[in-house]
Design a protein around this ligand. Structure first.
Ligand SMILES: [Zn+2]
Length: 392
């Protein structure tokens, strides 16, 4: 807190009184080498490094050092802008208003049809532990689309993955082994054998940790594709030409038995501002609108795509994710993993049939509730988890 106060105090203080703060340790400021250009350059560097105090001390010297007034004012305004932006995006200053229910929620006729599927992609990686912490605290189900290559890349990631595996609220799902080497166009137009090899390599790696006899929940890296018994759609953001080339691969994976889940809405970080594209409140409003206007892949069900990395401390991830979940809770959203996205009837009677079956539907139906209970029991016996009364 004192940090924020500090920022404001520094903002309020007239710039030339800053020197009284005695930040004299920064080089020999009075040295004759600090003539105009060098001094201004130093201020620029300090701004870039976000060393505000240093920048201000140097600036106060610039004022008394016979520099061009115009140039000093110019650099002063740049410093002010930089500091204001920093305050806007600084995690310490993220403040939220009291949670309000949206008016839209009042329009719900069937409240229990509002279901939200939080999905987190690309883990294990930086940010994963924050996601786990929030999910545990808020006690809501979440689906984790993990990348095999990340699991095996380091011991830290392996232990992050183990925490996902042991988490009672999390469903493990396949997000390819290589993440398409982050070269999507090339990957999805390479040989179908290579593509299948990659997805099934991850499937095998995760198989023991996934619910047995359940559909192989999969999300393609970099592509918003659905291939489900009830629904088929392709990524709307790639060119038609590219899609024509990729489509056979999606269909191949479907026929090989993989269930592919895209998303209805994404929450991300803006590359430009390095902050969330929407505040949690704004995102929740958007979600509510998608629901109300029936712009969803499946009626009443919203799949939210997020990436573990956006919940790192540098984005104040824990606070923002917690906030989103709390707003959704306050607006009567029911949380589920993708395991509950399709009903048994959807799977059995959906109009799109697969050639291969990677799971046994009858066993899936029988085990679904049993497995959940087992996972509950397992978690209850673990001393590291707090007791809770949340039904899964
Ligand atoms: Zn991804």
């Amino acid at each position: 807190m004192y940090k924020i106060v500090g920022f404001f105090v520094l903002l309020i203080l007239p710039f030339n009184s800053i020197s009284q703060l005695q930040f004299v340790s920064y080089d020999n400021i009075t040295d004759s080498r600090y003539r105009q250009n060098i001094l201004l350059k130093k201020i620029d560097i300090a701004i870039a490094e976000k060393s505000w105090e240093k920048a201000k001390v140097l600036l106060s010297f610039a004022y008394t050092y016979g520099n061009s007034k115009y140039r000093v004012q110019d650099i002063e305004s740049r410093l002010k802008i930089a500091m204001t932006n920093q305050i806007k995006s600084s995690p310490d200053t993220v403040k939220f208003k009291k949670i309000k229910k949206f008016n839209i929620a009042k329009l719900d006729k069937s409240k229990n049809q509002k279901t939200i599927y939080l999905t987190f992609d690309d883990g294990p990686m930086k940010g994963t532990t924050n996601v786990i912490d929030v999910i545990n605290k808020e006690q809501v189900p979440a689906t984790m689309f993990v990348v095999g290559r990340h699991i095996v890349s380091s011991l830290t990631n392996r232990s992050r993955y183990n925490k996902i595996r042991d988490n009672r609220y999390m469903l493990i799902a396949n997000h390819t082994y290589s993440h398409a080497h982050d070269r999507y166009n090339a990957f999805y137009t390479s040989s179908q054998r290579e593509i299948l090899k990659d997805i099934s390599k991850n499937h095998k790696l995760l198989r023991d940790d996934m619910l047995s006899n359940s559909p192989p929940y999969t999300r393609l890296a970099g592509r918003n594709v659905f291939r489900l018994p009830t629904y088929v759609s392709d990524d709307p953001y790639i060119t038609r030409r590219q899609l024509r080339r990729e489509k056979p691969s999606y269909d191949m994976l479907w026929h090989e038995g993989y269930y592919m889940y895209g998303w209805d809405i994404e929450w991300g970080i803006s590359k430009k501002t390095k902050t969330y594209r929407e505040t949690p409140h704004r995102l929740a409003q958007k979600i509510e609108r998608l629901y109300k206007e029936d712009k969803l892949v499946t009626k009443g069900k919203v799949i939210v795509l997020m990436h573990d990395k956006i919940f790192q401390d540098k984005y104040n991830g824990k606070k923002n994710l917690t906030r989103l979940i709390q707003i959704l809770k306050a607006n009567n959203w029911k949380f589920e993993t993708l395991e509950d996205y399709l009903s048994i009837d959807d799977i059995k009677n959906g109009k799109y049939a697969q050639q291969k079956k990677l799971f046994d539907i009858d066993k899936f139906a029988a085990n679904r509730s049993q497995q959940k209970r087992n996972k509950d029991k397992q978690a209850d016996s673990s001393t590291s988890l707090k007791a809770d009364t949340t039904k899964l």
